[in-house]
Ligand binder design. Sequence first.
Ligand SMILES: NC(=O)c1ccc[n+]([C@@H]2O[C@H](COP(=O)([O-])OP(=O)(O)OC[C@H]3O[C@@H](n4cnc5c(N)ncnc54)[C@H](OP(=O)(O)O)[C@@H]3O)[C@@H](O)[C@H]2O)c1
Ligand SMILES: [Zn+2]
Ligand SMILES: [Zn+2]
Length: 346
Amino acid sequence: MRSTPGWQADRAGLRRTSLRRRELRADDVAVRVDYCGVCHTDLHAVRTHTGEAPLVPGHEFTGVVTEIGHEVTRFAIGDQVAVGNIVDSCGTCAMCEAGQENFCHEFPTLTYGGTDRRDGTTTLGAFSREYIVRDEFAYPLPAGLDPAAAAPLLCAGITVWEPLRALGVGPGTRVAVAGLGGLGHLAVKLAVALGADTTVISRSADKADDARRLGGHDLIVSTDERQMAAARDRFDVVIDTIAVPHDVAPYLKLVALDGTLSHVGHLGSVTVQAIDLLAGRKKLSSAGSGGRPATAALLEFCAQHGIAADIELLPSARVNEALDRLERSDVRYRFVLDLSDLPQNR
Ligand SMILES: NC(=O)c1ccc[n+]([C@@H]2O[C@H](COP(=O)([O-])OP(=O)(O)OC[C@H]3O[C@@H](n4cnc5c(N)ncnc54)[C@H](OP(=O)(O)O)[C@@H]3O)[C@@H](O)[C@H]2O)c1
Ligand SMILES: [Zn+2]
Ligand SMILES: [Zn+2]
C-alpha cells in the first residue's frame, strides 16, 4: 500500500489526513491530481455521512500520469488525463457492451464510496493528491482544454451531455435548463453549442445576465407564476438540475407535445400525476454520469467548441469553505480545488 494526503469527512467537515492507496495493478495508472471540481453530490455525501465507511469526496478531476502498470498501453508518464465518477464496471453485461458502463448491471464502481471490484475496499475520492485508476476509466485530456476548468466536465458535464445527445438536441431544438448551477451552466453551454434555442429557468432573476452570457436567450423566474404560465408547452427538452427535492409538475407543464423532462438533479422519489404526462404525451426520464464513449466524445466536443466550466479556483485547504458556499448557492458556477497545496511525496 502507498499513502497520499487528502481531505476526509469527519463530524466537523473535511479534515486533512493521509489516505491509503493500492499499489498499481497491471492495468492501473497513478494520477497526480491537480484539479478536482466540487459537485453538489459531494455536499450531499458529506452532510449525510454516517461515519460507517471512510468518505473522501471528489469525482471530477484532471491531473498527470505519474506511473503506469505494465500492461498499460493507452497512457505514458506525463500524459494529462481526466477521470469522472466511474472507475470500473463489469465490462461484460449488455450495458457495458453498449458502452453504457454508467448503467452496468453489476453497478459501476464509483470513484468514492464505491467498492473496489478486486479487493473489496471502499474507494476514496480525488480530494487528494494521488488517485490510482484502471486505465480504461481515465481519458486523455484534449490539448487546448484548461485542466482546471475542464475538471467539472467529468461529472457535471457528462451528466447533462448524455441526455442532451440521447434526446436528439440539435439546431432549433427548444431546450430549457432548470437550476443554473454546476450542471445547469454546462447544460446551457452544451445545448447552445449543439445549436439549441436555450432558456434558463431559475429562482434568481439576477442570473439573467449570466444566462445570456452563457448563450441562453431567455431566463424564466421559476417563482413567477405568470412567467411560468406563459411558457406552457414551450420546450422540446427540459433538463432539470435542481439540487433539492421538488415538485416536477410545474416543469412538466413547460414541456411541449411529445417532449421530455429529464430529471438529473436531486435523485430520490418523484411524484407524478399521470394527467401531467397525458396532456401532451409528455415523457419523464432521468440520466446520470456517462459511458466511456460518450465521455470521450464530450471531451472532444468541448475542445472543439472551447467549452469548459466557469470556475472559482480555491486551494484544497479551503474545501470546507467551498462546501459551505455551495450549500448557499454562492458560486458561479463551480468550485474547483487546486490540490497543489498537498505534497506529492508520500
Ligand atoms: N444524475 C447524476 O448522475 C448527477 C450527477 C451530478 C450531480 N447530480 C445532482 O444534481 C444536482 C445539481 O448538482 P450541481 O452540482 O449542479 O449543484 P449546484 O451547483 O448547487 O446547482 C444546483 C442548482 O439548483 C438550484 N437550487 C438549489 N437549491 C434550490 C432550492 N432550495 N430550491 C430550488 N432550486 C434550488 C439552484 O439554481 P437556481 O439558483 O438557478 O434556481 C442551484 O444553482 C445535485 O442534486 C446533485 O447531487 C446528479
Ligand atoms: Zn458529481
Ligand atoms: Zn457491466
